[in-house]
Design a protein around this ligand. Sequence first.
Ligand code: SF4
Ligand code: MG
Length: 336
Amino acid sequence: MYLEVNELTVDFHTEDGVVHAVDGLSFGIERGTTLGIVGESGSGKSVTNLAVLGLHNPETAKISGSIMFDGQQLLGAPRSTMEKLRGNKIAMIFQDPLTSLSPYHTVGAQIAEVYRKHRGVSKSVARDRAIEMLDRVGIPQPKIRVDDYPHQFSGGMRQRAMIAMALVCDPGLLIADEPTTALDVTVQAQILDLLRELQEQTGTAIILITHDLGVVAQTAHDVLVMYAGRAVERGTMPEVLREPRHPYTWGLLGSMPTLNRPVDLPLHPVRGTPPSLINVPSGCPFHPRCDYMKLLGPEVCKGERPELAPHRGHGDACYLSPSQKAELRARPAEET
Ligand code: SF4
Ligand code: MG
């Protein structure tokens, strides 16, 4: 595995108590592939990836487990090591480019700066590289637009510029956190196409974080569904779309507009809201929102926490039997 996260746990100490943001999460990603991490806000997706990037404040976040990247342990690595990796071998893009791009410098200068910092090249070499990157991400007239300020770019172009900045050092791993959420549907599809194209050219591994299963359905090879800081389902994208196993995954699929739904299943959205991460529900953390607990009885679903099983391949963390899951998937929502 290029990146292998094992039993990652992230707790935040707050005035209200300990926030269990991520609890025993494991996943891996190979070079040249995209892993979609899906869940509602507060499910621990971003917290997980900030841990990979070494961006948590050690005074408030207590992190344990293991994060192996290209043979190197990142958890507990010195700050200087992480600073060398970030923007260089591990890059990131976020939802809103305006928060990551400075309004005071040209787009080209900001891309060139990242290249200079990690490669120590001259200003003119870095500028040429910035132009080359703008061209690769599909900015028209890159030799002219390189001198534009971020506000002179449209939202879609700014996100392209962010991708150019993220990929300027040929990173092995790109973490994209809700990269298309702020964009309209057409531009969103273009940005996802661009990421796929660039991945084919470079072999970069991508972690795509999103609340929208539709986004990963189009883009990801593998998917990890997170709920309350835990993985509740994992598999290849075709496996999870063809045969989603966890009631929460059914709910995510049910929340998608029918037209975009990759599977034709009689699914309905999840009711209620995500749980408090200070008082995580006992047993299966999804039980307060699950319509199927009555099939097993509360003593089962509220008892022991279900683990992700099997250990490898397509797995989920729910006590329903495979035949119960198959039957429920095929049954109209009203009848359950
Ligand atoms: Fe629902 Fe119980 Fe399965 Fe949790 S273990 S998802 S509460 S049926
Ligand atoms: Mg987030």
